[in-house]
Design a protein around this ligand. Structure first.
Ligand code: GDP
Ligand code: IMO
Ligand code: MG
Length: 419
């Protein structure tokens, strides 16, 4: 068997949580392979809305095994809170959630370093979610990190050593902090982690594959936030692309099967950084209010704009996408005209290549298409698609050269059309 991968093609929040939940019945295993509690993946069913941060989105189906693998950074405080919220809903996770021993732990002092570093950057801040992601991955690559597998081995000493190092680093900032209160919660979170099986997940995953089990890897963030290929430095600190699934799980590239690339019918971004198709007018406000575009993790209003095919082509190339999934299509229901960026103008030159620096001088060049002016939220088959939506999808498929296999028309599990 091969592992299928689902990942975001834009700047995150494409609707990954919803689609993983929809696809979960087709898989034996769902794994999260990178990122951490900077992610906020929303699922909706039976009038319940749930946001997951560290835990894979397959958790609501009892028969599915969920794995947090080595590429993830885990915050015990957020983890405990998530587990408690799920337990309150009657979900028992001890049987179907396991964690890699090689996943790195986010310490309270990582969060403090994230906040201090952002405050010091002033206007040029990244717009981080302040969950400690950057500092934790820095300690991972700097070979100082604390891992889940360390919990049973001299843990307190290792914790203290890393905390002291962080305190020395914090001296360079004019930043007030108090770790004690957070530390107490953190060690309570460690107790929660200890209730779960901690494994060498690379062996677990490869054995599952050998035994014919089907696995879906759930990406976090989006391709344009990738540490290598995103709009650097306004990116996250992990490889969000398909290759990140190989290193983040310990599977060979030859084991990757389908790559589901998910994108919104328009585009959003939260945090700082360039966004060539951003709208600053009523249409942007309309996308935000109809699409309820407020961060699932931080509540911040998301910046909204038109779909960007230059960026999507780049993302498709980097990930080897085999199937496209379009979400939030219903958010465009009331627009008379829909715009699609098909090229950039950089220094007077037209280009369809995503540039080295995507700065304010990058101007998006648009094609316009008529809107469908139809309520899509109750539609359940492609035969019911209005002609303008069919034309929109055909245009995307022609430009992107990949078939659109799913169209999402609302936040609920049921609001999906498979083509
Ligand atoms: P993720 O991080 O990629 O999982 O996405 P988020 O959960 O952060 O943001 C997506 C938001 O859009 C959530 O509030 C979802 O409930 C919602 N959503 C997902 N698909 C659709 C859709 O097709 N239509 C509408 N209106 N909302 C959707
Ligand atoms: P999901 O998985 C949208 C953005 C932040 C910031 C930048 C760096 O829900 O799609 P970080 O906390 O990683 O240091 O922030 O990345 N960001 C996200 N934006 N969705 C996410 O996750 C994000 N995770 C990080 O807003 O601009
Ligand atoms: Mg999100």
């Amino acid at each position: 068997m091969k592992i299928d991968v689902l990942l975001g093609l834009q700047w995150g929040d494409e609707g990954k949580g919803k689609i993983v939940d929809v696809l979960t019945p087709r898989y034996d295993v769902i794994s999260r392979f990178q990122g951490g509690p900077n992610a906020g993946h929303t699922l909706e069913f039976n009038n319940i809305k749930h946001v997951l941060h560290n835990i894979p989105s397959g958790i609501f189906r009892e028969e599915t095994l969920n794995i947090i693998t080595n590429g993830v950074v885990l915050d015990p405080v957020v983890f405990k809170r998530e587990i408690e919220a799920l337990e309150a809903m009657g979900v028992d996770l001890t049987k179907n959630l396991i964690i890699s021993k090689k996943a790195h732990l986010i310490l309270p002092s990582h969060r403090t370093l994230d906040a201090a570093s952002e405050a010091a950057k002033g206007k040029s801040k990244i717009g981080s979610t302040l969950k400690g992601i950057g500092p934790t991955y820095m300690d991972k690559t700097g070979r100082n990190g604390l891992r889940v597998g360390d919990i049973d081995r001299n843990f307190q000493d290792k914790y203290n050593a890393l905390k002291e190092k962080h305190k020395r680093l914090l001296k360079q900032y004019d930043f007030e902090y108090n770790l004690e209160e957070e530390e107490e919660k953190w060690f309570e979170g460690i107790k929660t982690i200890k209730r779960y099986e901690r494994v060498d997940s690379e062996f677990v995953i490869n054995n599952l594959l050998e035994n014919g089990k089907s696995i879906l890897a759930e990406g976090a963030q989006g391709t344009l936030l990738d540490i290598d290929f995103g709009s650097y430095p306004f990116v996250t600190s992990s490889n969000t692309i398909c290759a990140g699934a190989c290193t983040g799980m310990g599977v060979a590239p030859s084991k990757i099967g389908e790559v589901f690339g998910i994108f919104k019918a328009y585009c959003t971004r939260v945090g700082s950084g360039p966004f060539p198709t951003e709208l600053f007018d009523n249409e942007g406000d309309l996308l935000r209010s109809v699409g309820n575009e407020f961060g699932s993790t931080t509540g911040r209003p998301r910046r909204c704009g038109w779909i960007d095919l230059v960026a999507l082509k780049y993302s498709i190339m980097l990930n080897g996408v085999t199937q496209l999934i379009m979400t939030k299509t219903d958010v465009l229901d009331d627009f008379d005209t829909i715009k699609l960026a098909t090229a950039y103008k950089i220094d007077g030159e037209l280009s369809d290549q995503f540039p080295y620096t995507l700065d304010d001088s990058t101007e998006a060049i648009y094609t316009e298409m008529p809107g469908w002016k139809t309520d899509l939220t109750e539609i359940r088959s492609k035969e019911q698609f209005p002609p303008e939506l069919k034309a929109y999808i055909e245009f995307l498929e022609k430009e992107l050269k990949i078939p659109v296999k799913f169209v999402s028309v609302g936040p609920d599990r049921k609001q999906i059309i498979e083509i």
